[in-house]
Design a protein around this ligand. Structure first.
Ligand code: FAD
Length: 403
């Protein structure tokens, strides 16, 4: 196939990774981003080997090493006593087992690194202030409609426009968001404001009754990231940018371990944000002949396995390989979807299930459940071992036989 002209709606982590992977393979790429400025929210994100391999393949190793943190371990602790219930070793163990490190990184850093990579490959690839509203397609191409009346023409459209995707609505129709009963607090605290012994270079999941908090270092260890996930009956707006009173955050963690209190007490009281976590059931057809979805637009995922953006990065690498290796765009889209739908649905479902594991009310039951589950082993076996750069891409009958 001659190199297709690819249009991408959305310059989030998924859209930018797709752009970089495709540009690197010689495709012509245009990215349309609704925001007037490129950027991400002030929070952390975890990246496991299954995504980091793709970032390394894009030549981003040195950039990542400059700003990311490699945690020694992941610890699961009781919310009140601090008792250690389970450890996932991440230092050399993750890299040794899966071929790339596990990173904790600021969202703004990874986003900037990806945007720089795209700009270096094609300085004019990204158009800002361009909101995709829909598309039409024919046998010969696809037309993207932008707000304000502009259009763009290409061979393939990738909807990487996130959880409220306009492209998804057209392909799949409206799929109901189901409020999970969880909200997510986010805040970051500079190391200089925290007690020196607040925590080692680890990630800690503090597990409590109907509530948990995930804490880890960012920005070469200079900033601490806190994500708190209490259960809350009331439905709220699904948005990362809603400020909420610090007092509500403090009340949600009343009675928790002094280290958790210390982080909350050190936070900037005007910079506490809360977002409602909604769930969507996995879907198994997110494409037409010349339009497909990627990342949260295809498979929005709860954060409990820290795999939403990781999957968007996996999608990007696999889609680029499918396009490179197929005779036509519709063949590439079909191959991509077949090879992504089962894995991503499994991650969506297991992420939902893990929320419950961290919130068990009875202390003994929680400890028994952790001991029986061994999340470290489970994740190593299927989640982190996946290599989007080399995983065999299975066609029709081959695929059905293996799944
Ligand atoms: C509390 C929390 C913690 C998380 N932690 C992790 C983690 O540790 N690790 C991990 O891998 N994932 C994590 N995730 C998930 C992760 O944030 C998402 O999966 C990831 O950001 C999805 O990337 P995306 O590029 O698909 O979508 P988005 O990041 O939503 O990007 C979409 C882009 O499209 C743009 N856009 C939207 N609509 C349009 C339009 N109509 N036209 C043009 N542009 C448009 C947006 O402005 C945005 O730039 C977490 C999520 C939450 C809520």
């Amino acid at each position: 196939m001659k190199k297709a002209k690819v249009m991408i709606a959305g310059a989030g982590i998924g859209g930018l990774t797709a752009a970089a992977c495709l540009l690197k393979k010689g495709f012509e790429v245009r990215v349309f981003e609704q925001a007037q400025q490129l950027g991400e929210v002030g929070a952390g994100i975890q990246q496991s080997a299954n995504a980091v391999k793709v970032l390394y393949d894009l030549g981003l190793r040195d950039e990542l090493e400059r700003v990311a943190v490699r945690p020694d371990n992941y610890e699961f602790r009781r919310f009140d006593t601090g008792e250690l219930m389970h450890t996932i070793p991440f230092a050399q163990a993750h890299e040794k087992a899966h071929g790339a490190p596990y990173y904790h990184i600021h969202r703004a850093d990874i986003h900037r690194i990806l945007a720089d990579a795209v700009h270096a490959l094609a300085p004019d690839a990204i158009t800002l202030g361009a909101r995709a509203t829909g598309y039409s397609e024919s046998e010969s191409g696809v037309k993207l409609y932008l707000s304000g009346g502009a259009t763009a023409q290409g061979d393939l459209l990738i909807g990487a426009d996130g959880i409220k995707s306009a492209i998804r609505s057209q392909i799949v129709g409206e799929t109901p968001a189901i409020y999970t009963g969880y909200v997510a607090w986010r805040l970051t605290v500079p190391r200089s404001r925290l007690p020196a012994d607040i925590m080692e270079k680890v990630g800690t999941v503090w597990c409590g009754p109907k509530n948990h908090a995930v804490v880890y270092w960012l920005c070469s260890g200079q900033v601490l990231n806190f994500v708190g996930i209490p259960e809350r009956a009331q439905w709220e707006e699904e948005s990362w940018t809603q400020r909420r009173p610090w007092e509500e955050l403090k009340a949600d963690y009343a009675g928790w371990h002094p280290k958790v209190q210390s982080i909350i007490d050190s936070a900037d009281r005007n910079e506490c944000y809360r977002w409602a976590l909604n769930n969507r059931r996995p879907i198994f057809n997110w494409s037409t002949q010349r339009a497909t979805l990627l990342g949260d637009a295809a498979h929005p995922t709860l954060p409990f396995l820290a795999q939403g953006a990781v999957m968007a990065i996996e999608d990007a690498a696999v889609l680029a390989r499918c396009l490179e290796g197929s005779a036509t765009v519709p063949d590439a889209v079909d191959l991509y979807q077949r090879n992504r739908m089962v894995r991503t649905a499994r991650i969506v479902e297991q992420s939902t299930e893990h929320g419950g594991l961290y919130h068990i009310v009875d202390a003994e039951e929680m400890k028994r459940t952790f001991a029986a589950r061994n999340p470290a082993k489970e994740r190593s076996e299927w989640l982190y071992n996946y290599d989007p750069l080399t995983v065999p891409l299975l066609h029709g009958a081959e695929y059905e036989a293996q799944t």
